[in-house]
Design a protein around this ligand. Structure first.
Ligand code: AMP
Length: 219
């Protein structure tokens, strides 16, 4: 199975991609994770990508396309996969089409997780984490016992720069600007499936799988 997950930042597409990857044995290709890892390791890719990510902007298409093309050029290229956060623009979709064509791989479907903007802002700006033991919290859904302090190791909690409100709103603006064309690109090929991204993790997962089964009875 070869899937693309599209959804606004904070829609839970990363969580769903990991579930699909684990349960259906698909390679998980998350460009956000790849870029954050490159930044942590201070690679040339990380150094170029970091300022864009900090500003809440997209990293240039050529750079991200090359990361993906390289992944598919490897001997252990993924045969079955779920992408999370790629492609994000029509130019990336065109580049990915070309990579897949060269590898004789067809897409099974493109899942579009729908979540409203204000819900995204509420979800993302509430996320805090512990820099020491990596525990995560949410001010509304899962608050720490003492405000700003980790329950497990008592360290001071931090907020990811890209979870701050101004950054989230900038990411949403860019998301809407880029996504319309992306959706049209896959809709016109009959590959797009819309799934409501509100509910528990398992409810959303079940909706995704049901939608995929309906469209591809052999899955
Ligand atoms: P994510 O974790 O998928 O929300 O990605 C975090 C950040 O990484 C985004 O806000 C972008 O700056 C960058 N990024 C991730 N994937 C892409 C992509 N396909 N194209 C451009 N930038 C990306």
């Amino acid at each position: 199975m070869r899937l693309i997950l599209i959804g606004p930042p904070g829609s839970g597409k990363g969580t769903q991609a990991k579930l699909l990857s684990n349960r259906l044995k698909l390679a998980h290709i998350g460009t956000g994770d790849i870029l954050r890892e490159a930044i942590r390791e201070k690679t040339p890719l990380g150094r170029v990508a970091e300022p864009y990510i900090l500003r809440g902007e997209l990293v240039p298409d050529d750079l991200v396309n090359e990361v993906i093309a390289e992944r598919f050029r490897q001997e252990d290229r993924p045969e079955s996969f779920v992408t999370d956060g790629y492609p994000r623009t029509v130019a990336q979709a065109a580049a990915f089409d070309q990579v897949l064509r060269q590898q004789f791989l067809d897409l099974t479907g493109v899942l579009f997780l729908i979540v409203e903007d204000e819900e995204i802002v509420r979800r993302m700006t509430g996320r805090w984490s512990c820099p020491v033991c990596k525990s995560t919290y949410h001010l509304v859904n899962n608050p720490p016992r003492n405000p700003g302090i980790c329950d497990i190791c008592q360290s001071k909690l931090i907020q990811r720069v890209d979870d701050r409100e101004a950054t989230v709103r900038e990411r949403l603006r860019q998301y809407h600007m880029n996504t319309e064309g992306l959706l049209a690109h896959y809709r016109s090929r009959g590959l797009l499936h819309e799934v409501c991204g509100v509910g528990t993790i398992d409810q959303i997962y079940d909706k995704i799988v049901k939608e995929l089964k309906q469209a591809n009875p052999s899955c």
